[in-house]
Design a protein. Structure first.
Length: 301
């Protein structure tokens, strides 16, 4: 099987959404506690990547009907999945087999971190909660994505969980500042999911996929997007007051400008124009990555 199809299926560039928050948590532990283990970091990072791959593969398999509709109705670069399964480039049964293998490897890493590296008694629980969110976001019977709560679980998994796990594996306990830092990331990743639901909206609605946007509608979705931008900025400011280095705020300023502009465009109905919407999707990804990167740069310098 051609490697490039597996690369596309894995949606490798999007793995950064989980990788950076995990790295941020580990960096925070190193900066404020002076503790850092490279073996634990690298193994934990691999586990984090595996969990996100579970989400990607499960989504490709169980959102197949919506992805087929999306490519015909209103697909853009950021949505509709990889289209690898839609175009029958890889058999679905092979992907299902791969999901089981990735889950097994992720659990092995969790066991090693908890019982060999002794990272903490909650290590397996943290990893298992991530696996559950990733696997059942798209998979029945839970299929969180169609219940209007999938976005909440994404905020948890790619916000608090990623940052706090990175910190916990190094320190063996949780940290208030790590939680505060995770909040603007959680809000921004929720917006990332929300805006990516816009081009999929016709397909999702036709397939009765009752995600958050289908439930509230496009106009209310734009209002929610703007509120989340405000919540994210407020949470970042709170983190600055509670110990995040002030320099992080300087790095965050251009991110804030872009996020506010994106919110303004959404409120003006920019989601109704395909080319504008694609740019807004790209800007929202930048805001999510930039929010995490601002915290990391503030800690590094």
């Amino acid at each position: 099987m051609d490697f490039k199809y597996w690369f596309l299926l894995s949606r490798v560039p999007f793995l950064i959404v989980a990788i950076l928050p995990f790295c941020l948590g580990a960096l925070l532990a190193g900066r404020i506690l002076g503790v850092f283990s490279w073996p634990v970091f690298l193994l934990g990072l691999l586990g984090t990547v595996l969990v996100q791959l579970i989400a990607h593969y499960s989504g490709e398999v169980h959102d197949l009907a919506e992805d087929r509709l999306s490519v015909r109705l209103e697909k853009n670069f950021f949505t509709g999945g990889s289209q690898v399964l839609v175009e029958n480039l890889i058999p679905v049964k092979n992907v299902k087999r791969l999901i089981r293998m990735v889950i097994f490897l992720a659990l092995l890493i969790g066991l090693a971190l908890q019982f060999y590296f002794k990272c903490g008694k909650l290590t397996l629980g943290l990893g298992f909660s991530g696996i559950l969110c990733a696997y059942f976001y798209s998979k029945p019977p839970l299929r969180l994505v169609r219940r209007g709560v999938g976005e909440v679980f994404i905020a948890y998994a790619f916000g608090w969980l990623s940052v706090s796990t990175g910190f916990y594996l190094q320190a063996g306990h949780f940290n208030v500042l790590a939680t505060l830092i995770s909040l603007p990331i959680a809000y921004s990743v929720t917006n990332l999911i929300l805006i990516n639901e816009y081009p999929d909206y016709p397909a999702d609605k036709q397939a009765s996929k009752q995600n958050l946007l289908v439930r509230v509608g496009k106009a209310n979705g734009a209002l929610l997007y703007a509120w989340l931008v405000g919540f994210s900025a407020a949470a970042f400011l709170l983190a600055l007051f509670k110990g995040l280095p002030p320099l992080a705020g300087m790095f965050y300023l251009p991110v804030l400008v872009i996020s506010v502009n994106a919110a303004r465009q959404m409120l003006k109905g920019g989601y109704g124009d395909r080319s504008k919407l694609e740019r807004l999707c790209a800007q929202t990804i930048f805001v999510n990555i930039g929010t995490t990167a601002s915290c990391m740069l503030g800690l590094l310098f």
